[in-house]
Design a binder for this molecule. Sequence first.
Ligand SMILES: [Fe+2]
Length: 160
Amino acid sequence: MPIIWDSKLDTGIDVIDHQHKRIVDYINDLEIAKLKGDKKMVTDVIEQLIDYTQSHFGFEESMMEEAGYKFVKPHKKVHELFIKRVTEFTMRAAKGEDIADELHSMLAKWLINHIASEDRDYADIVKNMVGAETAHHEVSVAKVEARSGFISGLLGRFFR
Ligand SMILES: [Fe+2]
């Protein structure tokens, strides 16, 4: 079953919600590749998903730091543990094991839960930093970028 974006996944920070939606797209692509039985596509999607998620984590961590979010350390630790877990999967895959099903359900559970809980926790303080005076998510990426050169600088640093 593909993951359908739900408003409870919104952080209200457009630039972050956009990245989270892209991660969800990758998880759904992995399911499609799996159902097709297309091994090359499975490998490619996993690679892209990991690469993108790592960039996203880096972006998110710098943003939390800049905003003075007090739980940035434990949040970083959670990201680290996740990357470790995913690396274990890729090592098993490199040995020829078929990990697609297991990895897909881990990603669907872990990332969705992370977005819905831990990531929502930094939302308010980051919104204050970027100058979004409302708790709404109507602030467009363009506006956020205009208000904070910091965000656009970060985008350039973490995403090619
Ligand atoms: Fe996170």
